[in-house]
Design a protein around this ligand. Structure first.
Ligand SMILES: [Zn+2]
Length: 594
């Protein structure tokens, strides 16, 4: 397994820089070598084992300008080489002819626009979780590719579109060379640009390189401990039926079709849970769980900039969920799902200091700042940009299986969001999606949402120790091996003095802070597991202000109206349609009057 990536080039060009950003993000060491290394003698000081990452044009030009008929020992001794960035130049033809053979190489051009890329299911080692997927891709410019029929038997087609191979592998002198023909490499510093990261828009500039790095540096780079999964339904009140959701049926289906389900529970409903539904949750605690969905579920309640007001809502949400637990005996996970996905950077700091473990959200940028979150933020286990409080991202089924599986390739948990309407027509579309997900044999661990998030951390082994990088405020670390482990945990924490204490299995442990990160250590015996918790100081003090009676009445009116709408939708669709029409008409008339 390679320990370091050797980049080839006389300088860090824009595309090489983009590669280094991804290597840094994945925690892979790299070194830049000038292009002479491709034909010169191998430098004895190069650390081994290594892989080579090189632009196609650089290697092609070196071959064109050199009298040598083959590459240097540097490539022959590499674990593998990744060539990237093809164009219509002579340098591209030279390199590809050298590897494939000029007599069989035939290049074709795929016009810009929408194409379907097929990831092979025959190379599971390289393609990993994405094996066998068909992905709709938008090409923003024409793309050079290798005609598959001409190169059959020489190029292993890892990704193809139509009759053309856009990512392939060639074996030469016992070394595997990967050819990624996508013209550019994604810049992960770019803003996400819309509500969620969409791999369809960056497919060729991202997927081949990510698949290659995840496969070539597995076991070296920090990696997820497991592939956790959970389906989240926003809003339902816990009564036997809510809109199209029938809880008894949901529990039975979760067992039968093998998935877990979390209800994003609105704390305002804390007095309204039916005992029969509570019993279902207790009986199926491995399948059904609760998280926190806002407080009153009023729009923008966690999207403002006033920390005091947000603190009041966060405290009230906690109090109501505590009352719900006392009343029903059903525990919930201290995870926040923002109503309508709306949040501000201030709200994340407030939640951190109110005992929440993490946020789980569909929207990736704060409300009003749609460009603030960069692609790199969404490629991490969780977005940590805002107050070092993690936002784990979740996806709608319309984002497509490919986006969810790309998340899994990146090492993120597999989190799906739904609403009660997805359970109409016997939930057929949703269940079909889950069946397709389970059929991919990704070894998904369907757990309670809290169980997924507490295990959504990275780990790696170095210097005889196990290193853990935690994101949420709690982690469960398990030693599944036969030997004792010394565990060193680190957590990004850029505000000094914000940590009150660190607990391990309920007991306080020593912690230190260096380089904007918190660090603590402990030992685990074989088959032992421990819950580690970081507790934060109070930030806002006692919550101030209270909603007046008028405000409370408005919240109640809104909640009942929303529920009535959901019930009408499920049980009287014709009346619902008419009511929706009337609502839209009133909205339009009011807008026209202003
Ligand atoms: Zn909601």
């Amino acid at each position: 397994m390679a320990q370091i990536a050797l980049l080839i080039g006389d300088e860090l060009t824009a595309s090489t820089q983009n590669v280094t950003k991804i290597l840094d993000l994945f925690g892979i060491a790299w070194q830049l070598l000038d292009q002479g290394a491709l034909v010169g003698s191998a430098d004895a000081s190069i650390p081994r084992p290594y892989s080579v990452v090189c632009p196609i044009s650089v290697a092609g030009r070196v071959l064109m300008n050199s009298s040598a008929s083959a590459f240097s020992p540097l490539l022959n001794k590499a674990e593998s080489t990744f060539f990237y960035g093809a164009d219509r130049s002579d340098a591209t033809s030279e390199l590809l002819s050298h590897l494939i053979g000029s007599e069989i190489l035939k290049l074709v051009e795929i016009p810009q626009g929408d194409v379907l890329c097929k990831i092979s299911d025959r190379y599971g080692k390289e393609c990993g979780p994405m094996s066998g997927l068909h992905v709709p891709v938008t090409l923003r410019s024409p793309q050079v590719a290798i005609a598959s029929t001409s190169a059959a038997g020489v190029v292993a087609p890892l990704i193809s579109t139509g009759d053309a191979c856009v990512f392939g592998a060639v074996d030469l002198d016992a070394v595997r060379y990967y050819l990624s023909l996508g013209a550019t490499v994604i810049d992960i510093d770019d803003p996400v640009g819309k509500g969620y990261f969409d791999i369809s828009e960056h497919f060729l500039e991202a997927v081949p390189l990510v698949m290659y790095l995840k496969h070539s540096f597995a076991g070296i780079a920090p990696a997820a401990v497991e592939r956790g999964a959970c389906l989240i339904i926003d809003d339902p009140v816990l009564r036997p039926r809510y809109g199209f959701v029938n809880f008894k049926k949901l529990a039975a289906t979760a067992v039968e079709r093998d998935f877990s389900c979390n209800i994003a529970f609105i704390p305002w409903n804390w007095r309204r849970s039916a005992p029969s539904v509570i019993e279902l949750f207790k009986e199926h605690s491995d399948r059904l769980s609760l998280s926190v969905h806002g407080c009153d579920h009023s729009s923008l309640e966690f999207a403002g900039s006033n920390a005091m007001i947000i603190n009041r809502q966060a405290t009230l949400a906690n109090t109501r969920m505590g009352c719900h637990r006392k009343r029903t005996g059903l525990a919930h996970d201290a995870l926040m799902v923002f109503p309508q996905g709306a949040f501000s950077s201030v709200s994340l700091r407030v939640l951190k200091h109110n005992g929440f473990v993490a946020a789980v959200n569909t929207e990736v940028s704060p409300t009003g700042s749609p460009s603030l979150t960069q692609i790199r933020d969404t490629w991490g286990m969780a977005i940590l940009k805002y107050g070092d409080f993690p936002i784990y991202t979740r996806r709608y089924t319309f984002h497509g299986l490919h986006n969810l599986i790309f998340d899994v390739l990146l090492g993120k948990p597999c989190l799906l969001v739904t609403h009660h309407t997805d359970f109409s027509n016997d939930s057929s579309e949703l269940l079909e999606f889950i069946d397709r997900l389970n059929a991919l044999k990704l070894e998904l661990k369907w757990r309670s949402l809290g169980g997924v998030i507490r295990r959504a951390y990275q780990h790696w082994f170095a210097g005889g120790n196990r290193h853990v990088r935690m994101f949420g405020n709690e982690v469960i670390v398990e030693n599944a091996g036969w030997d004792p482990q010394h565990v060193i945990v680190e957590k990004s924490e850029r505000v000094t003095g914000s940590v009150a204490r660190v607990e391990l299995a309920g007991r306080q442990v020593k912690f230190g802070s260096t380089d904007n990160s918190l660090r603590f250590e402990f030992d685990l015996r074989p088959e032992e597991s421990a819950l580690a918790r970081v507790c934060f100081t109070e930030m806002c003090g006692e919550p101030v202000g209270k909603k007046g009676l008028g405000g409370q009445a408005k919240v109640a009116a809104r909640r009942y109206a929303s529920e009535l709408r959901d019930e009408l939708h499920a049980r009287a669709p014709l009346i619902y349609k008419q009511a929706e029409k009337a609502r839209r008409w009133i909205h339009a008339s009011m807008a026209a009057a202003h």
